[in-house]
Design a protein around this ligand. Structure first.
Ligand SMILES: O=C(O)C1=C[C@@H](O)[C@H](O)C=C1
Ligand SMILES: CC(=O)C(=O)O
Length: 335
């Protein structure tokens, strides 16, 4: 398989937009829009050698970590505005902001999203394609006794409501725990005229329609986003309708998670927006498998190796999932 540098030097029309690389294997910065370092400690978004870079505390002391690298499609302009770090390349915006640990997150989450949406619209990239929300203590209670995920979702929902009609659509996303604290947000967005499709899964209730039993404001994400020929698959778990199924049963949860993704990317579902039809699990790449119990990782890995392509880049991360009864969650990209 090509090395990361080979991939970067390939002709633009064949260059994948996102890739995983090992720390230290850093290709030249001129083709890089942004970099997310999955590591033990994490660090606030910064401009490192002019490249927006954020460290997210997602790996254990014994794991090597990796970088998620967003390739640029043209000349890059990067900058910082307050806590926001960003870069644009004429086609995509990358933006990241951190919400430091606090007693209650709702207002800070709304303010962080509000400032990011203001930047995205002002720079001309209001079409959010894919968001990642890495939430420390995601299933712990905040100072008011409210689960932090629910607290975070309330602030996020308020920001989307404030920007409805200007920020175009609710995108594919991940909302997952970390091994640290505070909230790390990063996302990519496109131009207003970009052709972007947001997909739901007929097996699942749209998350933004979840009942209040899951929190005062429903989570703001779509099941997938298809844009520029790339399919961004949200974190997907063992949820049918809006209910967790196979509680306590890792095997059952892996099966339902894979079935959910299979349905989501099928020709019957994706064919609505993709002339060439759908995909199968063998087409997935840049797969992040989140596992809440470390002892389940060997089993989950064995099941994933059965169904994913041997060429797929897959990482396994031991972090909490956004519901205490969820044991596994999978996100991926097809590009
Ligand atoms: O809240 C989210 O954005 C989110 C939570 C999980 O359901 C999954 O990671 C997908 C998105
Ligand atoms: C994965 C998850 O929590 C959801 O789909 O809502």
């Amino acid at each position: 398989m090509s090395s990361f540098v080979d991939l970067l030097n390939s002709p633009r029309e064949t260059r994948p937009n996102i890739k995983f690389e090992q720390p230290g294997e850093q290709a030249d910065s001129q083709h890089v829009l942004a970099r997310v370092a999955f590591e033990k400690n994490g660090f606030a978004p910064e401009l490192h050698k002019g490249v927006p870079t954020v460290g997210v505390p997602m790996t254990t002391e014994t794991e090597p970590g990796f970088h998620e690298v967003f390739a640029a499609s043209g000349p890059v302009v990067a900058g910082r505005e307050g806590g926001l770090v960003y870069a644009v390349d004429g086609r995509h915006l990358f933006c990241s902001i951190q919400v430091t640990e606090r007693d209650v997150y709702r207002d800070a989450a709304r303010i962080a999203y509000d400032s990011a949406f203001e930047l995205a619209t002002r720079l001309g990239y209001p079409n959010i394609l894919r968001m990642w929300n890495l939430v420390g203590g995601i299933i712990d209670d905040n100072a008011d006794g409210v689960e932090i995920y629910r607290d975070f979702c309330a602030g996020r929902s308020e920001a989307f409501a404030l920007w409805s009609g200007r920020i175009l659509h609710i995108p594919a996303a991940t909302g997952i725990g970390t091994r640290g604290n505070g909230v790390y947000l990063y996302f990519i967005s496109g131009r207003a005229d970009a052709e972007v499709h947001h997909l739901e899964n007929p097996r699942q209730t749209p998350a933004y329609h979840y009942p209040e039993s899951y929190g005062p404001k429903a989570p703001s994400f779509a099941r997938a986003t298809f844009a520029d020929g790339i399919l961004y698959i949200s974190g997907t778990a063992s949820i049918i309708g809006d209910e967790t199924v196979h509680k306590g049963n890792i095997s059952g949860q892996v099966d339902v998670t894979l079935e959910n993704i299979t349905t989501l990317i099928s020709t019957e579902n994706l064919g609505k927006v993709r002339a060439e039809g759908g995909y199968t699990l063998r087409d997935l790449d840049l797969i992040k498998v989140y596992v809440s119990r470390p002892e389940d990782i060997p089993f989950v890995r064995s099941r994933c190796e059965e169904v994913f392509s041997p060429d797929a880049r897959v990482v396994y991360l031991n972090v909490d999932i956004c519901r205490p009864d969820l044991l596994v969650e999978i996100e991926a990209i097809v590009q």
